[in-house]
Design a protein around this ligand. Structure first.
Ligand code: M6R
Length: 617
C-alpha cells in the first residue's frame, strides 16, 4: 500500500513531503525515501522501517533549502514502499535514479514486463543498484534522453512501453519546477492539488489535503505535466485532456472518498491496487516462489474453511485452488453451522477462518471449535489486530486498507487471491516437484492480475442501461459453473444487499432441477459464460433460459461473438488464465449491483439492517 507525495513550490520540500507521507502512514509500508532537487544534483535519502527512521537523515535535505537561501521553486518527491520486487532494504526503497543520478522515479504498482526491459538495459551496459521493477523507469527515460528526446518525450516513450497497472512520478534534475505524473491502470491513484503558487501530488488525497482542497484526479492512461500552480494533462498518445478541478470538503470522510460518490464505488475501483498490495512481497516474480510470513513447511491433511456471507463465497473459490494446486482436501462451512454438526476434526487438520472484519462471532466460534478439537488455526483477515488474528496460529493479512462500505467488495477479491497464494505456497512446500513447478508457474501469473482487473474496471459498458431496464424487477437469478458458481452466489448476495432485489445464485447445472420453474419473461438471468473448461455446458444453460423467455445477461470473454447470438446483453472480461477468471467475473457483478442500488436510490454504503462487523451469533 505504497504512498506517493510530490511537491513544487516555494516551501522547503522535504519536510512537506515527509508530512504528507506521515499522513498516508496508516496504509502500511516497510521503507521510505525522499528526493529533492539541489541545483545540479538530486539529493536522496532512504530508510528501512518506520518513517521515523528518516528523521536522522532529514537535516541534510533541509540544509539544501537553507544553504541556498532559496526563494524560488523547490521540487521533490517521496515514497513509502511496501516491497513487491526485492527485499526490504534501503537500496530497494524509492526514489530510484538513473546511473548519472539526474532522473528520480517513484512508483506504485507492478511493472509486469520489467524482467525483459531490465535484460535489454543490462545488455546495453546499464548497472542496476536495486532489485526493484521501478528502477527500469529512470534508466529507460535516461536512454531516450541520450537518444535526443526531451524529458517529456522520453517519459511518454517510456510509459507507453510499461505493461501493468502503475502510478508513477518522475523528476529531472535539469528541469527544476517540473514533475511528470502518470496513472496507468488502477493499481494506484494520482491526485494533484493546486494552489496559485504551488502544486502537490499524492497517491491519496489525505496526504495533501491540509495544503489544498482543489484536486485534479488522473484517470487511467493519463499523464500530467505538473509545474508551479499549473497542470497539463494528456493521454498517452499526446491528446490533451481537460480536467475538472474538484473542491474537496475538509472532513476525513470526503477526503477518504475522494473522487467517488460512494465508498462501495471507490472500493470496487481500488481492487487493482488492493490486489497489487495482496501479492507484493509474497511472490518472487523472477522465480515464482511464494513467501507467506509465519507459515512453515507443515502440511495439513485436510483444511476446514469457515466463514460467513461474502467470505464464505470466497472460501468456495479457495477450495478449488487448495484442492487443485496444493492437492489438499477442503471442506467449506458456514461459520454459523460448523459447530452444530460435530465436525470430524483431528490434529493434522487446519481450520482456515476467512473474515474481513476479524470479529464475526460465528466465524470466531467455528475457529474456536476447530482449535478445541486439535486443529491448527489459520486465518485470512483484513482488520489488523482483530480477534480472529489474535486467536490464530498464523494469519494472512488481506492488505486492502480499510473497507468502509458495509458491503464487502475489495476484501472479497483479496481473500480469494490470498487463498491462491496459500495454495501455491503449500504446493511449493509439498516436496512434490511437479506440484511445486506448477505452483511457481501459477504464482507468476499473478503479475498480470492487477492489469487485467484494471481492464475490467476501465470498461464501462452497459451498467446504466441494465439498471434503467431492470431496476423494477423483483427477482434475479445468477448462474455459474465450477469456480464461477461461488461468484454467481456472490453476485446474488451483492444485489440483494445493496438494492434489496431478491436474487438467487445457483450452480448452472442445477437449474433444471427446480429453479427453471421460476423463469419467464420477467426474470433477468445473469450467466457467467466465459471461455473456460465449462463454456459449452454454460451455453446449453443459456439456451434453456432463452427457451423459457428469460432475459440473459452474459458475462463473457472478449472476442466471443457466438455468445452475442445467444444472450440479450453481454458484459465482456479480457481473456485470462482459468484460475484468475473468478476475480475478473466478480467485478461486473459488483458494478451491476452498485448501479442498480444507485438507480433505486438505496443507501449504498449502509444498506438497511446490515452491519460491517456482525459480532452476535
Ligand atoms: O467480516 P466478515 O468477512 O467475517 O463478514 C462476513 C459477513 O458478515 C459479510 O461478508 C457480509 O455478508 C457482508 N455484508 C457482505 O457484503
Amino acid at each position: 500500500m505504497c504512498g506517493i507525495i510530490g511537491y513544487i513550490g516555494p516551501r522547503e520540500a522535504s519536510d512537506l513531503i515527509y508530512g504528507g507521507l506521515k499522513r498516508l502512514e496508516y496504509r502500511g509500508y516497510d521503507s521510505s525515501g525522499i528526493a529533492v532537487l539541489n541545483g545540479n544534483e538530486i539529493a536522496v535519502e532512504r530508510a528501512v522501517g518506520k518513517l521515523g527512521n528518516m528523521d536522522a537523515k532529514m537535516d541534510g535535505l533541509r540544509a539544501i533549502f537553507k544553504a541556498r537561501q532559496i526563494s524560488g521553486v523547490q521540487t521533490g518527491i517521496g515514497h513509502t514502499r511496501w516491497a513487491t520486487h526485492g527485499g526490504v532494504t534501503e537500496e530497494n526503497a524509492h526514489p530510484h535514479l538513473n546511473s548519472e543520478g539526474s532522473i528520480a522515479v517513484i512508483q506504485n504498482g507492478i511493472i509486469e514486463n520489467f524482467v525483459e526491459i531490465k535484460h535489454d538495459l543490462q545488455a546495453e551496459g546499464v548497472a542496476f543498484k536495486s532489485e526493484t521493477d521501478t528502477e527500469v523507469v529512470p534508466h529507460m527515460v535516461d536512454a531516450y534522453m541520450r537518444g535526443g528526446q526531451s524529458f517529456e518525450q522520453a517519459a511518454f516513450t517510456t510509459l507507453k512501453q510499461l505493461r501493468g497497472s502503475n502510478a508513477i512520478v518522475m523528476m529531472n534534475m535539469r528541469e527544476p519546477g517540473k514533475l511528470i505524473a502518470a496513472r496507468l491502470g488502477n493499481a494506484g491513484g494520482i491526485s494533484i492539488g493546486i494552489n496559485s503558487d504551488e502544486t502537490f501530488i499524492a497517491s491519496d488525497v489525505p496526504g495533501i489535503l491540509e495544503h489544498t482542497r482543489n484536486i485534479v484526479f488522473l484517470e487511467d492512461g493519463e499523464v500530467a505535466l505538473v509545474s508551479v500552480g499549473k497542470i497539463e494533462v494528456r493521454k498517452l498518445d499526446g491528446t490533451p485532456v481537460r480536467k475538472p478541478v474538484h473542491a474537496i470538503a475538509w472532513d476525513p470522510v470526503s477526503a477518504e472518498k475522494g473522487e467517488y460518490r460512494h465508498f462501495m464505488q471507490k472500493e470496487i475501483f481500488e481492487q487493482a491496487r488492493a490486489l497489487t498490495d495482496t501479492v507484493r512481497g509474497r511472490v518472487n516474480f523472477e522465480t515464482g516462489q511464494v513467501v507467506l510470513d509465519g507459515f512453515d513447511s507443515w502440511r495439513p491433511s485436510k483444511i476446514y474453511s469457515v466463514a460467513c456471507g461474502t467470505s464464505k463465497n470466497s472460501a468456495l473459490v479457495g477450495k478449488f485452488y487448495l484442492e487443485s494446486i496444493a492437492r489438499i482436501p477442503v471442506e467449506v462451512d458456514y461459520g454459523s453451522e460448523f459447530r452444530y454438526r460435530d465436525p470430524l476434526i483431528e490434529p493434522g487438520h487446519a481450520i482456515l477462518g476467512i473474515t474481513q472484519s476479524g470479529e464475526t462471532a460465528d466465524t470466531l466460534a467455528a475457529m474456536h471449535e476447530g482449535q478445541q478439537k486439535g486443529a491448527r488455526v489459520w486465518s485470512i483477515v483484513n482488520a489488523v489486530g482483530s480477534q480472529a488474528e489474535r486467536s490464530s496460529d498464523v494469519t494472512i493479512s488481506m492488505r486492502t486498507g480499510p473497507e468502509i462500505g458495509v458491503c464487502s467488495t475489495k476484501t472479497f477479491v483479496a481473500s480469494i487471491v490470498d487463498q491462491y497464494l496459500l495454495a501455491c505456497y503449500l504446493a511449493q512446500q509439498s516436496g512434490d516437484d511437479k506440484l511445486a513447478a506448477r505452483a511457481r508457474a501459477l504464482a507468476l501469473e499473478l503479475a498480470h492480475l492487477p492489469g487485467l482487473v484494471s481492464q475490467v474496471l476501465e470498461a464501462n459498458p452497459i451498467y446504466d442501461e441494465l439498471a434503467n431496464k431492470f431496476h423494477d424487477r423483483e427477482h434475479f437469478l445468477f448462474l455459474g459453473r465450477g469456480m464461477n458458481y461461488p461468484i454467481a452466489l456472490e453476485g446474488a448476495l451483492k444485489l440483494k444487499e445493496v438494492s434489496y432485489i431478491h436474487a438467487e445464485g445457483y450452480p448452472a447445472g442445477e437449474m433444471k432441477h427446480g429453479p427453471i420453474a421460476l423463469i419467464d419473461e420477467t426474470m433477468p438471468v445473469v450467466c457467467v459464460a466465459v471461455k473456460d473448461s465449462v463454456y459449452d455446458k454454460m451455453i446449453s444453460q443459456v439456451e434453456q433460459v432463452r427457451a423459457r423467455g428469460g432475459t440473459v445477461i452474459a458475462i463473457a470473454t472478449q472476442g466471443d461473438t457466438f455468445i452475442r447470438t445467444k444472450a440479450d446483453y453481454v458484459i465482456e472480461i479480457p481473456p485470462a488464465p482459468e484460475f484468475l477468471i473468478p476475480v475478473l467475473v466478480t467485478i461486473p457483478m459488483q458494478r451491476l449491483s452498485y448501479h442498480m442500488a444507485v438507480r433505486l436510490g438505496c443507501d449504498v454504503d449502509q444498506p438497511r439492517n446490515l452491519a460491517k462487523s456482525v459480532t452476535v451469533e
